[in-house]
Design a protein around this ligand. Structure first.
Ligand code: AHR
Length: 339
């Protein structure tokens, strides 16, 4: 069935000229079959066989990633799906190696979260030739070629960047000298959060980015880069920090305090993710706002796995619904956070 789904899916998308977001890329209807046991293949080539999934994770660079990995492992265990898991330690070559190993071992579905956006065509073509469907988890690929994957499940990073900037416009009245800590160079969240943020800045000429450098989504790097920002000639002018994730913001808070300034007051800070540590920093008055990015993708990912294996349709792009939380809501919200 997966074999058939792939060839028909490719033919259909060629005919339709590619797929737009939210469009369902429907495989042919599966023949009536009796319900599968959880984690087993109901309508695929091997009915009753345990489903095996290979997941090539980015690494363990942040609190967000830790929560994401836990969600995926917990959900696989809950459904009785065999999960082969690899931590690529933020290296693309490790992810490619893991994906090739999953192809060689003939898993039913491959999932991965691309550490950087480019450079995936060749290995994804290998997966396609082997008739193994691929799910993009959390991060997209560039160029986007919908023929190379079954579905993308994750956040709208451009919107997250816009939300961070829109909150700042309100908070600062449209006047700010901004330091920016960007995520991993070449990654979809770093590229797209920057893009969304700068789109809003274009309409607000009183807000300018005066320093920008990567902190690789890591707390220690966020701290080191912020230290360097504050020591630079422009350091005394910085009154806003935009960090592409909470971990870098938390590292930067330590650097700001070490420089004798008050984070959250002398320097207004907005970051992205919404992990519990960010809520703690907001309650302590050191962080002003976090834009939510949901890492708890396990249930949606495995819903898609089971649908694909059963030959059912899946949407080409499934986006998470997310909010914005600031210092005024932190105390009420902190107890409700799941990650
Ligand atoms: O791809 C999601 C991003 O990756 C999160 O915002 C960041 O914390 C993580 O490392």
């Amino acid at each position: 069935m997966i074999r058939r789904w792939f060839s028909l899916g490719v033919a259909a998308s060629l005919l339709l000229g590619g797929c737009a977001p939210k469009v369902t890329d429907a495989p042919p209807p599966a023949p009536e079959k009796k319900a599968a046991e959880p984690g087993k293949d109901a309508g695929g080539a091997n009915p009753g066989k345990k489903i095996t999934v290979g997941f090539a994770q980015v690494g363990a660079e942040s609190g967000w990633r830790t929560a994401n990995t836990k969600s995926i492992k917990d959900e696989a265990a809950k459904r009785g799906i065999e999960l082969k898991f690899d931590d690529a330690q933020q290296k693309q070559e490790n992810q490619i190696k893991a994906i090739k190993a999953y192809i060689a071992s003939k898993v039913d579905v491959i999932m991965f979260s691309p550490v950087v956006a480019t450079g995936w065509e060749s290995v994804l073509k290998e997966a396609k030739d082997a008739k193994i469907p691929v799910i993009l988890s959390d991060r997209a690929i560039d160029p986007d070629n919908p023929e190379l994957y079954a579905t993308f499940i994750g956040s709208n990073f451009i919107e997250e960047g816009k939300r961070a900037a829109q909150w700042l416009v309100k908070k600062t009245g449209g006047k700010a000298k901004i330091a920016e800590l960007t995520g991993t160079v070449g990654s979809a969240p770093a590229n797209e959060r920057k893009k969304g943020f700068e789109e809003v800045l274009k309409a607000n000429p009183g807000m300018t980015i005066i320093k920008s450098q990567t902190g690789d989504f890591k707390r220690d790097k966020g701290k080191a880069v912020m230290e360097a920002f504050l020591k630079s000639p422009e350091g005394k002018d910085i009154n806003v920090l935009f960090a592409h994730n909470d971990d870098m913001a938390i590292g930067a808070i330590q650097a700001i305090e070490a420089a004798g300034k008050k984070p959250g007051k002398d320097i207004i800070i907005v970051s992205i993710d919404g992990v519990k540590a960010a809520f703690e920093a907001m309650v302590a008055g050191k962080l002003n706002c976090t834009v939510e990015c949901n890492p708890l993708l396990g249930p949606q990912l495995f819903d898609a796995v089971e649908a694909i294996v059963a030959g059912k349709p899946v949407e080409k792009r499934i986006e998470s619904k997310e909010g914005v939380f600031d210092e005024t809501q932190a105390k009420d919200e902190i107890g409700k956070r799941q990650y």
